[in-house]
Design a protein around this ligand. Structure first.
Ligand SMILES: Cc1ncc(COP(=O)(O)O)c(C=O)c1O
Length: 456
């Protein structure tokens, strides 16, 4: 390892996150990435990697898109005030109008924020303030961020537990189960039902056709605000501007983040209707019930406006739809019959390969419990380390570790799709059953422990 790398690792480990650096070492993720362009990343040794993670779906336009740099330079040359809370900001006004236009002006007021969690949190506050109710219903396996408010609606107990007690009156229902939602809305009479139209970190789960429309009518009947969290699926990821356009269901609140800042600046927004916003924050003594210093900062707004304009390019959306379909088809053909591949699914360029023994195979009947335990804890992370060795960056779904989630930039080419498929295929070819994977993973982890988690 060269000295600049060592200096970065030591400083990061000492001053930012010691446990993260240890984990990277133990798992075998020892790389320092130094350059990014479009769908490619480079490490300090000059090795090039295909990025199938894209900052967890942030770099939809590719890394460091030149058009955004031009927009940033043009914005900076205007010497506008960066943060302005004593008058209307022209940058925020332009962004608000552009966001509203994306929804056909159905959701014409935007609450601007910096992170996805913050924007979902603002949607929750809006729902409480507008309805006067307290509770929330969300989905098992759903992911909405890690701040204290949104943790209350987190779908995974492991991540909630250390921070409890969280908000009271929060209930979870099975994703896509309309009867369970009906029962929960009747029982809890919540302020809002918060759902991802495609559950991203929960493993790229897509609800059955008709579910979102039925959920909307149940929410309307119950008086609950319907919040679609499209922090990960929004802005072209699914080949449509928004995942919910699959069914043409307009929510009461639409939350965007990640790609809105293009991986360059933090930007997020909760879009809602003027009527709902009025109910929550409409009077002068309520205007300051929500906000933050950097909300609507000028540079972020300028980047987001440019992101929206670039994402409205139909060729980009078509590329996301077509390359996504091709990625799924080619993965199914290449690894679909592998004994450890249970499913290949997704929507646009949010693609999942679910790993684990197939149901009803002899292997499964003989070793069901052991295989499930291995799948859940090891398989996804093991495959991602192996992919890194094949010069591909990817991660498992954070709430379902046996699911490999592929979310490359929307600019990916068919040749890069082929590279991705071939990398997954070549790795799985060498490991025809979970026992060999377990053995390989155990050997690797033991070696790394012996090396005291050396970053390599
Ligand atoms: C659907 C969804 N909502 C909210 C968030 C939280 O966003 P952030 O990490 O910017 O707070 C994420 C992050 O992965 C997400 O996928």
């Amino acid at each position: 390892m060269n000295d600049p790398d060592r200096a970065i690792i030591e400083r990061f480990g000492r001053h930012i996150s010691p446990s993260f650096v240890r984990l990277l070492g133990v798992l075998g993720y020892g790389r320092v990435f130094t350059r990014a362009e479009d769908v490619w990343l480079w490490d300090s040794k000059g090795r090039r990697y295909l990025d199938a993670l894209a900052g967890f779906g942030s770099a939809n336009l590719g890394h460091n898109p030149p058009a955004l740099f031009e927009a940033i330079r043009a914005h900076l040359s205007r010497d506008l005030p960066g943060i302005l809370h004593v008058g209307p900001s022209s940058s925020a006004a332009v962004l608000g109008e552009a966001l509203s236009a994306l929804t056909g002006d159905a959701l014409d007021v935007s609450m601007l924020a910096l992170s996805g969690a913050e924007a979902v949190d603002s949607a929750m506050k809006l729902a409480r303030a507008a309805t006067g109710r307290r509770g929330f219903v969300s989905c098992e396996g759903g992911y909405h961020g890690l701040d204290l408010g949104v943790l209350s609606i987190m779908g995974t107990g492991r991540i909630r537990a250390p921070f409890e007690p969280l908000l009271e009156h929060c209930a979870r229902v099975r994703f896509g189960d309309i009867d369970a939602l009906d029962a929960a809305l009747r029982k809890h009479k919540p302020a809002a039902f918060v759902i991802e139209p495609v559950m991203a970190e929960g493993g790229a789960e897509i609800p059955a056709p008709g579910y979102l429309a039925a959920a909307k009518s149940l929410c309307q009947k119950s008086g609950a605000v319907l919040v679609f969290d499209e922090v990960q699926t929004g802005l072209g990821r699914t080949g449509r501007m928004f995942a919910h356009q699959r069914e043409g269901v307009v929510p009461d609140v639409l939350v965007l983040g990640k790609a809105l800042g293009a991986g360059l600046v933090p930007m997020s927004a909760a879009l809602t209707s003027r009527a709902l916003h009025e109910r929550a924050f409409g009077t002068m003594d309520r205007f300051d019930l929500h906000g933050s210093t950097y909300a609507g900062y000028a540079l972020g707004c300028a980047v987001a406006v440019e992101v929206i304009a670039r994402t409205q390019n139909q060729a980009l959306l078509d590329n996301a739809r077509d390359r996504g379909a091709s990625l799924r088809d080619k993965l199914r053909a290449r690894v679909g019959s592998h004994p450890m591949v249970r499913d290949v699914r997704g929507d646009g360029l949010l693609v999942a390969v679910e790993l684990g023994a197939k149901p009803d195979t002899l292997l499964r009947r003989l070793t069901a419990a052991a295989v499930d335990a291995v799948s859940e804890k090891v398989l996804g992370q093991w495959l991602c380390v192996r992919l890194l060795e094949h010069n591909v960056v990817a991660q498992p779904a954070t709430q379902k570790w046996n699911v490999l989630k592929l979310t490359p930039p929307l600019t990916i080419t068919e040749a890069a799709v082929d590279t991705l498929v071939e990398s997954v295929g070549a790795i799985l070819d060498a490991y025809p059953d979970p026992v060999r994977v377990l053995r390989d993973a155990a050997v690797r982890v033991t070696e790394q422990w012996r090396a005291k988690g050396a970053f390599r």
